[in-house]
Design a protein around this ligand. Structure first.
Ligand code: ADP
Ligand code: MG
Length: 277
């Protein structure tokens, strides 16, 4: 018998009425080597559409490397080799017909150290990515986009009167939010964040955590963090990485954040989330 399709509800829209572009990102058996050194061994993880996934684990276990394989950033290292698949809503970003720029334009990245273009104005920083992605926008569209992205990053009220000031003149926390605004301007479907608050003070950190929850309305977020409280506060899904005694990094345990923290299934997870490491 034919099964009727589920009724199609209204497409989800963002606060500004644009269609939400929530995407699922699925890593399937990702292995990575630098030269002969294997640093990830068949890591699989599904990052839910519109969720915030936290990658946790000790230094050197491959969290940043894994994050970089999700937008092909590891290809910047000439010795890097990769096996496995990364599926963005089912489409492999490594498929032979996929261009590198496609992966990058749909999957934005924010780094540990805020890296706005320091001499460029705040305004120009936000739209700097549009040229790279070849996105065309009229002048008024650009102004609207700049405001929208700065609002999304929680920075609009602080900078709206000085959009021509250089990005490098902002505080560290503001610079990081400017980088978030810049990432969002290309309307990515996934936002990767590698310890985005590690270089920031606690107040800026909390502001960015609040921002992330807002951002998750329109983008799937993957964050690497060393801060267990942060993982517990912001993420709904968590993956615990470990690379024991020089072996390649693997995911020991993953699941809903509350379950991982309150009822870890693996002793090593339990030790780590309780600070015994
Ligand atoms: P984490 O982010 O969890 O601290 P990384 O992904 O940075 O871990 O590193 C995982 C492993 O890969 C480490 O052994 C590290 O030395 C190695 N590694 C990372 N980047 C490079 C690189 N560019 N060249 C060679 N080895 C690297
Ligand atoms: Mg790292």
């Amino acid at each position: 018998p034919r099964v009727d399709p589920a009724p199609a509800g209204p497409a989800p829209t963002t606060a500004s009425g644009e269609p939400a572009r929530l995407a699922e990102l699925r890593a399937h058996e990702i292995s990575c080597w630098f030269g002969d050194h294997m640093v990830l061994d068949r890591v699989s993880l599904t990052m839910r559409a519109g969720g915030i996934t936290a990658l946790i684990g000790p230094s050197g276990c491959g969290k940043s490397t894994f994050l970089r394989t999700l937008n092909r950033m590891h290809e910047l290292v000439p010795s890097a080799k990769l096996a496995g698949e990364v599926l963005l809503d089912g489409e492999d970003i490594y498929a032979p017909d996929k261009k590198l720029t496609d992966a990058r334009r749909h999957i934005g990245m924010v780094f540990q150290k805020p890296n706005p273009f320091p001499a460029m104005s705040i305004r120009e920083n936000v739209i700097a990515g549009l040229k790279l992605t070849g996105t065309k926008a009229s002048r008024s569209d650009k102004e609207a986009l700049i405001e929208r992205c700065l609002r999304l990053a929680g920075l609009w009220n602080e900078v709206k009167d000085r959009l021509e000031a250089p990005g490098g003149g902002l505080s560290g926390g503001q610079q990081q939010r400017l980088c978030i605004a810049r990432s969002m301007a290309i309307q990515p479907r996934v936002l990767l964040m590698d310890e985005p608050c590690s270089a920031l003070d606690p107040t800026s950190t909390r502001v960015i955590e609040e921002t992330m929850k807002e951002l998750a309305q329109e983008v799937t977020i993957v964050i690497v963090t060393h801060n267990m409280q942060q993982a517990a506060r912001v993420s709904d899904q968590c993956a615990f990485f470990l690379a024991a005694h020089g072996t390649p990094g693997v995911i020991v345990e993953h699941g809903d954040t509350s379950a991982m923290f309150q009822n870890p299934q693996d002793q090593r997870t339990s030790d780590y989330v309780q600070g015994r490491f």
